[in-house]
Ligand binder design. Structure first.
Ligand code: GDP
Ligand code: ZN
Length: 349
């Protein structure tokens, strides 16, 4: 495969320039185990091991472009550096620690997948949209299992209402209805990822795109919802030209986003603020609040308002925890510094 087919562009070529040597090549991370990676290169697949002891936050993620130094006579390479990312999906690393972990990098388009039946929940979609805007990838809403709906237009209306220009496609991964539209995103060198709750049909879509069963679907459960059996993250080159990134990490993405991303996902709510009487209006019970006025007139639905509030509070909590962690780190840094100064002084006298 050529570099372009793997998603290479002028942006990465520029970033690679300082690392260009006879023994270095660009490589894209297809799979990441704990440390070692499986790399895709112009010269075929390679095993890659990060050089030295890299901090978890500096390790490559699936989808990353890296500088690889090929070991002579082996299908292995040392990873010297991770090139800057065009986009990144991140999540909180663990429950208590508010550490950002990159789960997938350099995604061009993210399919936000929901399914007709029980899953067409605008509040969940708002959350996905916020995550997508934060990542830098272009969101596309995919409403799967259209074959199960008697009136898809009416059912999809609630999602259309919050899409604000993001394309919405009603498809069936099983019957193929409407699914051809999705192929237009999976073109040469473009990387697409899927995000959505379990059971909405992501594996079925992946298998459809890939042409053969990459992802095994086992109908283990009586309710016929099936279970996918993938255990690792993967970047899969498709026969049609694009690349598909499917990782459990992407699938169970927790929100890690900033104010700006939230604002992009809630343009209609944020657009009202200018009409509030007070600049510092909290949009709760101040007089002359345009948001409250829109709620009363029905221009803004209570559900939409509550969805925005809930995400906003969640972000706020995250920010507080992040700040607390940064302050603790700063204190440690100061202590380390003053210790080293003391030691130096001791050594001098
Ligand atoms: P995932 O958890 O999102 O990967 O979902 P799966 O791909 O495992 O699909 C869950 C179940 O939904 C399986 O039983 C699929 O056969 C079924 N399914 C997937 N796509 C469709 C569809 O378009 N229509 C219908 N009726 N069922 C579907
Ligand atoms: Zn207000």
């Amino acid at each position: 495969m050529t570099l372009e087919e793997l998603g290479w562009s002028a942006f990465f070529a520029d970033a690679f320039e300082p690392y260009k040597r006879d023994d270095t090549i660009p490589a894209r991370v297809a799979v990441r185990h704990h440390g070692p990676c499986e790399l895709l290169t112009e010269q075929g697949p390679l095993g890659g091991v990060p050089m030295g002891r890299l901090d978890e936050s500096k390790l490559p993620a699936v989808g990353d472009w890296v500088v690889a130094r090929k070991l002579p006579g082996e299908r292995k390479a040392l990873i010297e550096a991770v090139l800057p990312r065009r986009s990144a999906f991140t999540r909180k690393e663990a429950w208590e620690r508010t550490v950002e972990q990159v789960v997938a990098a350099n995604i061009d388009t993210v399919f936000l997948v929901s399914a007709f039946g029980q899953d067409l929940n605008p509040r969940r979609m708002e959350r996905y949209l916020t995550g997508a805007w934060e990542s830098g990838a272009e969101p596309v809403i995919v409403l799967n299992k259209v074959d199960l709906s008697d009136d898809p237009g009416a059912e999809a209306a609630a999602i259309e209402a919050i899409a604000f220009g993001v394309p919405v496609h009603a498809v069936s991964a099983v019957s193929g209805e409407g699914a051809d539209v999705l192929d237009s995103y999976l073109v040469r060198g473009r990387t697409v990822a899927l995000l959505g709750s379990s059971g909405v049909g992501k594996s079925t879509l992946v298998n459809r795109f890939a042409g053969d069963p990459v992802m095994k679907i086992r109908d283990l459960r009586q309710d016929g919802r099936g279970r996918h059996t993938t255990t690792h993250r993967e970047l899969v080159p498709l026969p049609g030209g694009g690349l598909l990134l499917d990782t459990p990490g992407m699938r169970e993405l927790q929100l890690w986003a900033g104010e700006e991303a939230l604002d992009s996902a809630f343009e209609d709510v944020v657009g009202l603020f200018a009409g509030c009487r007070f600049n510092d209006c909290s949009h709760e019970r101040e007089p002359g609040c345009a948001v409250q006025e829109a709620l009363r007139s029905g221009e803004l639905s209570q559900e939409r308002y509550d969805g925005w509030r809930k995400l906003q509070r969640e972000l706020h909590r995250l920010e507080i925890r992040r700040d607390a962690r940064l302050r603790a780190e700063a204190r440690r840094e100061v202590r380390r510094f003053s210790r080293s100064v003391k030691n130096r002084n001791k050594a001098r006298y």
